[in-house]
Design a protein around this ligand. Structure first.
Ligand SMILES: Cc1cc2nc3c(=O)[nH]c(=O)nc-3n(C[C@H](O)[C@H](O)[C@H](O)COP(=O)(O)OP(=O)(O)OC[C@H]3O[C@@H](n4cnc5c(N)ncnc54)[C@H](O)[C@@H]3O)c2cc1C
Length: 603
C-alpha cells in the first residue's frame, strides 16, 4: 500500500503502490473478454440474420443509393398538390375494394412470404417486455442492463491488485484499451451494428458510456501523476519531458470531448459539439502515441475504424439536384430528389447537405439527417420531409419559399449532397409480421410513410404477411393534413389486398375555418379526430383483426406477431412502449408477440 510520510521541514516522501500485474497484457485480456461477450450476443441474433437471407434484395438494398430505370407498373403516381388538399374527394366513402380483388403477381407466381423469426422465444416474451420498460426517457432497462454488464467488466481491472490513488498507470491503460470500442460504436458505417442487425444510432448509448469510462480513466491517470509530482515538488521538471506534455494534451482533449458532448451543447449548439469532437479526436490520437508508443496498436485500430467510416461515407455520397417545396401547413420543406430512386430500405435515413448560398455563409458545411419518406422505385425518387426545427431547417424553408412555388411558379432547384442510407430496421423485416401499426408524431410521418408504402408494394408483389396496417399520425393543427391528403388517400386505394386504416389526431383547436367539410371523412379508412390517440384501443383492434380468420391466402399462414413502429419525439416512443407493455399477455401471445421499432429524431 502507498503512503505519504511527512516530517517537519522535509518534502513528503511518496511510496508508490507496486503492482505485480502486467497492465498492458491484463487489459488486452479484458478486451478479449468483452469481444467474446459481444460474440455471444451476435450468436443469439443469428436466426434473424439467416432469415433475412431468404431474398437477395433484403441484403443488397440499404447500402448504396442509385438510380434505376422504372418499368411502368400498377403503382399510381401521386401528384403532389398542396392546393388540391381539402378538395381531394377520392375517398369520400368506405369502399371495401380489397375484399373483391384477387392477387395476381406480375409473373403470375404464387405469393412468397418472408420467413418470420421472433425476437425472443414465447416463454421469454414477458421478460423481454419488462426489459423494454423505461428507466429514463429514451433509455430502457435492457440498455441499463447492458451498461451494468460493461461497467462490471471494466471495474474489475480498476480495482484488481491496484489502487486508484497510488497506481495511476493502470488507469491510463484502461482508457486507451477502450479506444477501439468507443470508435466502433460511434461509426455510421458500423460493422458491429451490422452483426447485431440493428441501426448504428441504437448503439450510441454504448458510445457515450465507453466515452465516459475513457474520460474518467484518463483523468485518474493524468491527475494521479500530477498530484504525485506536485507532492514531490518535481512537477515542472516532469512536464519538461515531451512524453508527459503530450500526455497532458491528451488529458485536455479528453476533458474537452466530455464537456462539449453533454446534452446541453448537443441540443443548443450541435455544430460546436461536432467541431470540438473532430478537433479533439484528431489531437488525442497522435498525442496518445507520443505519450506512450506501446499504445500504438489501440490507436491504429481506432484510426482504421475512423478511416473506414470516412471512406464509406465518401463512397455513399451522391452530388445531385433536388427540388424543394415549402409546406407551410406542416412547417416543413419537402425535398424531392428524382435522380435517386433506389438503394434504401424503409425506415433508413440520409445525411443532407445543401450547396446553396441561400443557406447562409456556413450553411453549405452543415450535414443534417432526415428519414427517407418514399419507397424505392417510386416515380418521384427520394423524398425527404424536413421540419423547421432550428437555424438550418428554417433557412431551407425560406429558400424553398423563395422559389415562389406557393404563388404557382415552378419549385426551386438546389444542388445537394446526399450521404447514406443509414440506420433502418436491421434484421427486422416488417413484411414478416401479421399486423403492422405505425404511430407517428409530427415530422415522424416520414418514417411511417416509407414503411407503409413499402408494405403495400411488397403486398402487391405477394411478399408480405401483413394482414392489417394501421397508421396513426398526431399533428397539432388539422390543416397539416391538407398537403398530405392526396398521398394518404392513395395509400388506402393502392392497398388493395390488405386493409389499411389511417387515423389522424390533432391536438390544437383549428385557427380560422375548419379546413374540411362536415361530410368529408365518411370513410372509416381515413379519419380525423381531435385529441390524442388511444394507443391501447388501437393495438387491441389490430390484434383482433390479425387473429381473425378470413378467406385470403395469408389466413392459412401462422400468426407471426405484430410490429409497432413509432417515430417522433422521445416522449411519444416511451409512451407507446408503455402501452405495448400493458397489453394482456394472452392477447400478446395470440398475435405471436409484439415488437416495437423506435425511430427518434435525436441522439
Ligand atoms: C436519424 C435522424 C433522422 C431524422 N429524420 C428527420 C426527418 O425525417 N424529418 C425531420 O424534420 N427531422 C428529422 N430529424 C431531425 C433533424 O435532423 C433536425 O431537426 C435537424 O438536423 C435540425 O437542424 P437545425 O440546425 O435546423 O436545428 P438546431 O437548432 O441546430 O437543432 C435542433 C435539434 O436537432 C438536433 N440536430 C441539429 N443538427 C443535427 C445533426 N446534424 N444531426 C443530428 N441532430 C441534429 C439538435 O441536437 C437539436 O436537438 C432526424 C434526426 C435524426 C437523428
Amino acid at each position: 500500500m502507498a503512503s505519504n510520510t511527512y516530517s517537519s521541514g522535509a518534502a513528503p516522501t511518496v511510496v508508490y503502490f507496486k503492482s505485480t500485474v502486467d497492465d498492458e497484457s491484463f487489459l488486452y485480456h479484458v478486451n478479449l473478454f468483452l469481444i467474446a461477450l459481444f460474440g455471444v450476443v451476435v450468436l443469439f441474433r443469428l436466426p434473424r440474420f439467416t432469415a433475412r437471407l431468404w431474398k437477395v434484395s433484403e441484403w443488397t438494398n440499404g447500402h448504396l443509393l442509385h438510380h434505376t430505370n422504372l418499368r411502368r407498373s400498377a403503382t399510381r403516381r401521386v401528384e403532389f398538390n398542396s392546393q388540391a388538399g381539402s378538395r381531394h374527394r377520392d375517398l369520400a366513402t368506405d369502399d371495401s375494394h380489397w375484399s373483391t380483388v384477387q392477387r395476381v403477381s406480375e409473373k403470375g407466381a404464387a405469393p412468397s412470404f418472408p420467413p418470420h423469426v421472433s425476437s425472443c422465444p414465447r416463454f421469454c416474451r414477458g421478460l423481454f417486455q419488462l426489459l423494454q420498460t423505461r428507466f429514463n426517457p429514451g433509455m430502457s432497462l435492457l440498455q441499463v442492463m447492458v451498461i451494468v454488464i460493461y461497467l462490471s467488466v471494466v471495474i474489475y481491472p480498476s480495482f484488481y491488485k491496484t489502487n486508484p490513488f497510488t497506481d495511476p498507470k493502470r488507469y491510463g491503460w484502461i482508457g486507451v484499451t477502450q479506444f477501439p470500442f468507443v470508435f466502433a460504436f460511434a461509426m455510421k458505417n458500423n460493422v458491429l451494428a451490422l452483426f447485431l442487425g440493428t441501426a448504428y444510432e441504437k448503439l450510441h448509448f454504448l458510445h457515450r458510456v465507453i466515452g465516459r469510462v475513457i474520460v474518467l480513466s484518463i483523468n485518474v491517470h493524468g491527475l494521479g501523476y500530477i498530484y504525485q509530482w506536485t507532492l514531490e515538488g518535481v512537477f515542472v521538471e516532469k512536464m519538461a519531458s515531451p512524453s508527459n506534455y503530450w500526455g497532458l494534451i491528451a488529458l485536455i482533449c479528453a476533458d474537452m470531448l466530455f464537456f462539449f458532448s453533454t446534452s446541453w451543447w448537443r441540443t443548443k449548439a450541435y455544430q460546436l459539439f461536432l467541431c470540438t469532437h473532430i478537433f479533439s479526436i484528431a489531437l488525442i490520437l497522435p498525442a496518445t502515441v507520443m505519450h506512450k508508443s506501446t499504445t500504438t496498436p489501440y490507436v491504429l485500430t481506432a484510426v482504421g475504424l475512423y478511416v473506414f467510416d470516412i471512406f464509406m461515407r465518401w463512397i455513399k455520397t451522391r452530388l445531385t439536384t433536388a427540388i424543394i417545396r415549402p409546406l407551410p401547413e406542416l412547417g416543413m420543406t419537402r425535398v424531392e430528389i428524382p435522380s435517386i430512386n433506389a438503394g434504401w430500405r424503409a425506415g433508413q435515413h440520409v445525411r443532407l447537405r445543401v450547396l446553396s448560398s441561400g443557406m447562409g455563409l456556413l450553411g453549405w458545411s452543415e450535414v443534417h439527417p432526415f428519414t427517407i419518406a418514399s419507397i424505392v422505385k417510386g416515380e418521384e425518387g427520394m423524398i425527404l420531409m424536413c421540419k423547421k426545427a432550428g437555424d438550418w431547417t428554417n433557412k431551407l424553408f425560406d429558400l424553398a419559399k423563395l422559389g415562389g412555388y406557393e404563388d404557382g411558379s415552378e419549385a426551386r432547384q438546389v444542388k445537394v449532397m446526399v450521404d447514406g442510407p443509414y440506420g433502418g430496421p436491421g434484421h427486422r423485416m416488417f413484411a414478416s409480421f401479421s399486423a403492422a401499426v405505425f404511430i407517428a408524431g409530427g415530422s415522424g410521418i416520414s418514417f411511417a410513410l416509407s414503411a407503409v408504402q413499402d408494405l403495400i408494394q411488397k403486398d402487391l408483389e405477394g411478399g408480405s404477411r401483413v394482414k392489417v396496417i394501421q397508421l396513426v399520425w398526431s399533428v397539432q393543427d388539422p390543416a397539416s393534413l391538407v398537403p398530405m391528403l392526396p398521398l394518404l388517400t392513395s395509400l388506402v386505394q393502392q392497398s388493395v389486398f390488405t386493409p389499411i386504416r389511417i387515423a389522424i389526431f390533432y391536438t390544437r383547436a383549428p385557427i380560422g375555418k375548419f379546413p374540411f367539410s362536415d361530410d368529408f371523412f365518411r370513410s372509416t379508412a381515413l379519419t380525423l379526430s381531435p385529441g390524442r390517440p388511444k394507443v391501447s384501443k388501437i393495438l387491441e383492434a389490430c390484434i383482433s383483426k390479425a387473429v381473425t380468420l378470413g378467406s385470403g391466402a395469408k389466413d392459412n399462414e401462422a400468426i407471426t406477431g405484430m410490429i409497432v413502429g413509432v417515430c417522433g419525439p422521445v416522449g411519444l416512443a416511451d409512451s407507446v412502449v408503455a402501452e405495448v407493455g400493458k397489453v394482456d399477455p394472452t392477447r400478446r401471445d395470440q398475435v405471436g408477440g409484439i415488437e416495437v421499432h423506435e425511430e427518434t429524431f435525436g441522439w
